[in-house]
Design a protein around this ligand. Structure first.
Ligand code: FNR
Length: 347
């Protein structure tokens, strides 16, 4: 019988394989149908634009980052190394994938450490699930000298996994304990099923530093886990959750900084997330696609540098000289998002 470590490494490799298969080059319709208002006269010139953004006491020179993906197996160590070099060469922050495997099998620790070794001065986020306690969170932070920790909440994914968790009622309490004990900011993130304003209020009440609403429209973990199941697939959960832009509307009242992720593919998608209130934008599926081949780094670096220039162009056109002024820019949301907001009483 295969041992538990091998099973977990295989799962990491399968997630990457399924995510690569799922990859789509085009943005979800709600991104396309959400539109900026064009004004011919604004007072912002290209040289006026700064892309800097701040959350949780951290300053990001690039307002988008490599969101949680992977680590733990030889294949994913190689991916982490390429992602870390991409982050270093372009100035992006980067999150590890879940470090759960390193909590259980110390022999996998190097798969995460490589990220800090390749990028000694970058902003790094550690990542763990919400069933872990404050002591585990501290260990994860220490392994990569993380600047913040992401705690992921992935109830829908766990329920589709045959070997997944079935107990969730302690998550909020665990997160509260981690927030109290953590020396670094605590970010709570979804894994692609979105957020509600009620859940955001719950997290605000326990004082988390930022919330990544990670919504539907990009990598679909219900589909990935169904793809790994041999039988009794839970197909009916593949359409579960709130889209990324809808989740941003749910977060309109949030006083806690919001990170947007889920199906973000282009600088125009990013700009729309900022205009709906995000302070930072995360990309996983798209970053994985950029570094999927052994020799893909030079092109990946060029692509990310181009995204920075394109984002600057969009800010100039909108008339926003900073990410915080882009957050105030006029934007008209897709009809499907407007319907949701009407039903939920969101202005
Ligand atoms: C992920 N994601 C993820 N999130 C997390 O918090 N911990 C994790 O270990 C993982 N693992 C993981 C593996 C792979 C292969 C992918 C593509 C993604 C979820 C990710 O951070 C993000 O929330 C979703 O993927 C939605 O964003 P994209 O992929 O549509 O940009």
């Amino acid at each position: 019988m295969m041992d538990l470590f091998q099973q977990q490494m295989n799962r990491k490799d399968e997630h990457v394989g399924h995510a690569n298969q799922q990859y789509r080059a085009t943005s979800a319709p709600e991104f396309v149908e959400t539109r900026f208002v064009h004004h011919p006269f604004t007072t912002v010139d290209v040289a006026d634009v700064s892309l800097q953004t701040k959350i949780a006491g951290l300053t990001f020179n690039v307002p988008f980052f490599i969101n949680a993906i992977t680590g733990g197996s030889p294949l994913t160590t190689a991916l982490n190394q390429r992602l870390a070099i991409l982050a270093r060469e372009t100035g992006m922050a980067m999150a590890t994938g879940s470090m759960s495997i390193a909590m259980k099998f110390p022999e996998s620790t190097q798969s995460f450490k490589v990220i800090r070794q390749e990028n000694p001065n970058g902003i790094l986020f550690a990542n763990l699930g919400a069933h872990y306690n404050a002591e585990a969170a501290k260990r994860a932070v220490d392994i990569i000298e993380a600047n913040a920790i992401q705690i992921h909440v992935n109830r829908a994914q766990e329920l589709v996994m045959p070997e997944g968790d079935r107990v969730f009622s302690n998550w909020l309490k665990n997160i509260e304990e981690i927030v109290k004990a953590s020396a670094v900011p605590v970010i709570v993130k979804e894994v692609g099923f979105g957020f509600s304003r009620e859940a955001i209020a719950q997290l605000e009440s326990i004082g988390v530093s930022a919330i990544d609403i990670s919504g539907t429209g990009g990598t679909n973990f219900a589909k990935i886990e169904n793809g790994r199941r041999k039988e009794d697939k839970l197909d009916f959960l593949e359409d579960w959750g709130q889209t990324t832009l809808t989740s941003l509307m749910e977060a309109q009242e949030s006083r806690t900084p919001i990170i947007a992720s889920g199906g973000v593919k282009t600088p125009m998608d990013m700009a729309k997330c900022f205009a709906l209130g995000a302070s930072l934008v995360g990309l996983s599926g798209e970053m994985l696609h950029l570094v999927r081949k052994d020799d893909s780094l030079p092109d990946a670096i060029t692509t990310v540098q181009t995204w920075k220039e394109q984002l600057t162009t969009i800010l100039t056109l909108v008339g926003a000289d900073s990410i915080s002024s882009l957050q105030q820019a006029p934007i008209v949301v897709a009809p499907s998002i407007q319907n949701w907001c009407d039903a939920r009483g969101i202005d």
